[in-house]
Design a binder for this molecule. Structure first.
Ligand code: ATP
Ligand code: MG
Length: 408
């Protein structure tokens, strides 16, 4: 994907409004992009709401420059020039019943007011007209933005009953913007927290990822526990005395990726197997799972960095994710000497840090040892002896192997 340029993205989003307007339609920026602009943040992307129907949108912008991503929901992506990304253009709609607790059973087109009312929180329910520079607010979103309040649009219990994911979104918005929950909205989340279990693990993971990589991550975790949502998505967090210390460590992370942030959340709570369980519960990729597990597994080991054998420390230092491990160690005990020590070791050239092994499986085979499960152990012993400078040559390595074979 080409990198987006904020200004070109915005210009194209203005252009999209202008074009719809000139064709006689009503059209506004809607939702998150309006909120972000009013907060003085740069929107990640722009959504447009309009009374043009999906076929009308496609005809106006041309089939080659549009993608019908969710035509059934009235969603068309309009593709911009290079650097401008795409604008999601959605027909004003009114949602029908939600029988699965996540998706509306059907959608019908409606008025701008209907469209504002089906959105989740007042701060996300605003429209903006970039041509006239005018905010259109049917839901009191501007006041709540000014006062820093997360308030459901309409009766909170009904809105959370329709879509349980909204409870996690509420926590995320509260944490990332530093906003407080309106009292009824908070009460509803607390009462309905257990229903978050119907949300798919993938969606929970997306929300957790977004909460944990943002600077508000500690507040997000605190809210998850206070609302009881954690009881149902991350019970490992409940009833631990380590809660406050973990939050302090989380707070000290600087722009962590998701594996580092999640590893930090878990390292005092679970062992490697427990970490693997959380990752598999959320269907994380193997790569991210391994990263999280390595953090949890290696954290304690690193505490003895300065006294352990090089053959024990070296594999940890050369493994992928060492930067995350050191960042976690540093956040856990700022100014910690092991981190300084390890960083200094990592300054060495690759040949010194991770020399080629003296022998490989091929050498064992050529040496007349039948291939088998013993190889792993023999190679590992030879590697350790090499790293600890007990042996220097291939012949010495093979002599060690012969000696090991005689021992058994
Ligand atoms: P961000 O992209 O920063 O997470 P956003 O508010 O833009 O925030 P999106 O998921 O991109 O969130 O959704 C765009 C808009 O669609 C929201 O601002 C909101 O108006 C509406 N929306 C999104 N998800 C829901 C939902 N689960 N229930 C109701 N409205 C929603
Ligand atoms: Mg968005």
């Amino acid at each position: 994907m080409p990198t987006l340029v904020a200004e070109e993205q915005r210009d194209f989003a203005v252009e999209t409004i202008r074009k719809l307007r000139e064709a006689g339609f009503e059209a506004y920026w809607a939702g998150g992009c309006v909120r972000d602009r009013l907060l003085g943040n740069t929107p990640k992307d722009y959504d447009v709401a309009t009374n043009a129907t999906p076929p009308q949108i496609r005809r106006l912008f041309g089939h080659r420059r549009t993608l019908a991503v969710g035509a059934a929901f009235g969603v068309i992506n309009v593709l911009g020039p290079k650097g401008a990304g795409q604008v999601e253009v959605t027909t004003f709609r009114r949602d029908a019943a939600y029988s699965d607790g996540r998706h509306p059973d059907s959608v019908t087109f409606g008025s701008p007011k209907d469209d504002a009312s089906r959105r989740d929180f007042t701060i996300n329910g605003l429209f903006y007209d970039p041509v006239e520079d005018k905010v259109i607010d049917f839901v009191g979103g501007q006041d709540d933005l000014r006062q820093g309040v997360i308030r459901a649009i309409g009766p909170p219990r009904e809105r959370f009953a329709e879509d349980k994911l909204r409870m996690l979104r509420a926590v995320r918005f509260s944490a990332t913007f530093g906003f407080e929950f309106e009292a009824e909205t908070l009460r509803a989340v607390r009462e309905m927290a257990r229903e978050v279990a119907v949300v798919s693990p993938e969606r929970i993971a997306i929300e957790m990822r977004r909460m944990l990589v943002e600077p508000g991550r500690a507040k997000a975790v605190r809210l998850l526990v206070h609302t009881s949502l954690a009881t149902f998505i991350l019970p490992e967090l409940i009833a631990t005395e380590q809660f406050e210390p973990i939050l302090a460590v989380l707070d000290r992370l600087k722009e962590p990726g998701f594996p580092l942030a999640l590893g930090t959340l878990l390292y005092k709570l679970v062992d490697t197997a427990g970490a693997r369980q959380v990752c598999s519960r959320w269907r994380l990729s193997n790569d991210e799972t391994d990263r999280v597990c390595r953090l949890v597994g290696h954290f304690a080991v690193l505490g003895d960095a300065r006294v352990m054998r090089w053959s024990t420390l070296q594999p940890i230092l050369v493994a992928e994710g060492i930067d995350d491990l050191l960042a976690l160690r540093e956040a856990a005990s700022p100014g910690c000497e092991e981190v300084v020590y390890c960083r200094a070791l990592l300054e060495q050239s690759r040949d010194v840090l991770d020399p080629a092994p003296l022998i490989t499986g091929d050498d064992l085979l050529a040496h007349g040892i039948p291939m088998g499960p013993r190889y792993r152990h023999l190679l590992w012993r030879a590697r350790a002896a090499q790293l600890d400078e007990e042996i220097q040559t291939k012949d010495e390595a093979l002599a060690l192997v012969d000696q090991l074979l005689q021992e058994v």
